[in-house]
Design a protein around this ligand. Structure first.
Ligand code: URA
Length: 274
């Protein structure tokens, strides 16, 4: 068999420029020459060396999936596991042990939440992206930075611990979907009981449903363009659907509506002091 010639090594500056260009073109992963069967890895917390060297350590690594019992209803299993969790730490452990959602296989981290769990406002987003998967925290990428600016505009801050300014942030899905694809309806359905329990344990006064996936999980329907700005009830709490900050980055003109929705949240917080 003819051997494939090894390409000449690039000078460091050229290699760096080539890497920068690939990132500019949208490359988000460094893929090795040889395929890696991640299902067969014995320890997902210890990825192959090249990958580990390139990535900061994830705070809550996705553990290897326990085998999913055959014939189990994933939604019923999620309901039972979530109902049995008496605390947020127990809920995170229950999610880490939940075997039915295949997304965990491709994710570095189980991304549970950020901010203060005693906050009056709980934000529910869609799913971690690449930055969130690396950091182990939700909304840390560009959309997250916009979210922080939006919250700051009405005096809220995910770093704050006093209930008047604090905010608690989570996602419908705790694992990054491959290539940031849209979560599938069955993935939303099986993780929904964990979100419901998360809300019950965090006891926020108000929920913000950021984008269509969150509306589907909380209200059972999509169509955030029509739903946004109208208070509804989700997971037993008053809930305000809003445009997702990633949508606002793509459609800056929609920031006008987002601002109206933020003022509506501010008004609810002021009208109903703790
Ligand atoms: N988008 C989301 O919905 N959640 C995140 O954590 C990041 C981006």
């Amino acid at each position: 068999m003819e051997s494939v010639p090894t390409p000449p090594a690039l000078p460091p500056e050229a290699a760096l420029a080539s890497l920068a260009w690939q990132i500019e073109l949208g490359a988000t992963e460094a893929i090795g020459d040889a395929p890696v069967n991640r299902f067969a890895l014995s320890d997902m917390a210890a990825p192959p060396k090249g990958r580990a060297a390139a990535a900061p350590p994830a705070p809550t690594p996705s553990a290897p999936a326990p085998p999913a019992p055959a014939g189990t209803d994933p939604v019923a299993a999620a309901e039972a596991a979530a109902a049995a969790a008496p605390s947020l730490a127990a809920l995170e452990a229950a999610m880490a042990a939940y075997p039915h959602c295949a997304l965990r296989q491709g994710a570095r981290s189980l991304v549970l939440a950020d901010g203060h769990p005693g906050a009056r406002v709980m934000i529910i987003g869609e799913a971690p992206g690449r930055e969130e998967d690396l950091a182990g925290r939700p909304f840390v990428g560009r959309a997250g930075q916009l979210l922080d600016r939006m919250l700051a505009a009405i005096g809220l801050d995910r770093q704050a611990t006093d209930p008047a300014r604090a905010v608690y942030i989570t996602n419908v899905l705790p694992w990054r979907p491959p290539q940031n694809r849209d979560p599938q309806p069955e993935e939303i359905a099986m993780m929904r009981p964990f979100v419901a329990r998360h809300v019950a344990l965090a006891t926020p006064d108000f929920l913000i449903l950021m984008g269509n996936i969150s509306c589907e999980a909380g209200l059972g329907r999509r169509g955030v363009t029509r739903l946004r700005g109208q208070w509804a009830e989700a997971f037993g709490r008053p809930a305000l659907p809003m445009f997702h900050p990633a949508y606002l980055l793509r459609n800056p003109a929609a920031k006008r509506e987002a601002w109206a929705d933020l003022l509506s949240l501010r008004a609810r917080l002021t009208e109903t002091p703790e």
